[in-house]
Design a protein around this ligand. Sequence first.
Ligand code: ADP
Ligand code: MG
Length: 245
Amino acid sequence: MSRPMLEIVALEKSFGDLKVLRDINLRVATGEMVFVIGPSGSGKSTMLRCCNRLEEPTSGAILIDGKDIVGCSSSALNRMRLEVGMVFQGFHLYPHMNVVANVMLAQIKALKRPKDEARERALAMLDRVGLRHRAETMPTQLSGGQQQRVAIARALALDPKVMLFDEPTSALDPELVGSVLAVMKDLKDSGMTMLVVSHEMGFAREAADRVVFMDGGLVVEEGPPEQIFANPKAERTQAFLSRVR
Ligand code: ADP
Ligand code: MG
């Protein structure tokens, strides 16, 4: 494998007595798109949230481009968080700000970018997700698929090294899913490193470099999509796939 951009080492996370992540080890190479699948409650979201310390890991290390985000100082943490872009199921855009202002905000607040530079970058990222012509629109005027593409543009505007997606299309009407997946495919083709939790098995088959199956806070099995989908080794993977297909 080429140099990992994201490396999760012996990650454990408990909420009180509940052990949610038991021993997660996962490497995502630079430019790789890794899909994470698994039953509800298996710890997928918690794992992603640990990667920018939205959730505090109980133990283990998470290396972003070789630097540990778990053991670092709080000033380093603020810097490193910006390197990890995150897209959630809900889009969390500010409803009282237009689209371009939404994409500018964190650039100004967190990166301290001058306003005109932030605006230029925002417009470039909106162009990338096919929404430059909606820059002055209010988010509520957009479809869910368009709002999610704005959320992706917002994350990209901070120049992340890794993008994490947590069920980015689960809240969308079926006819809007394709436009978001197309943006994700473009992003992969441009060389972005991506860790994606999603039930879009067709997309995983077509676009993922690797698929990881999680259950009970563990990585049960991983491999290329054709192997995981056509020929899963573990019984738990087989059972899960037969339920979702
Ligand atoms: P998935 O994304 O695979 O559905 P999650 O990571 O959301 O799984 O959740 C894994 C487990 O951790 C579930 O049992 C969930 O109830 C529990 N959990 C998640 N967040 C918290 C929290 N903040 N406090 C307590 N339990 C939590
Ligand atoms: Mg989840």
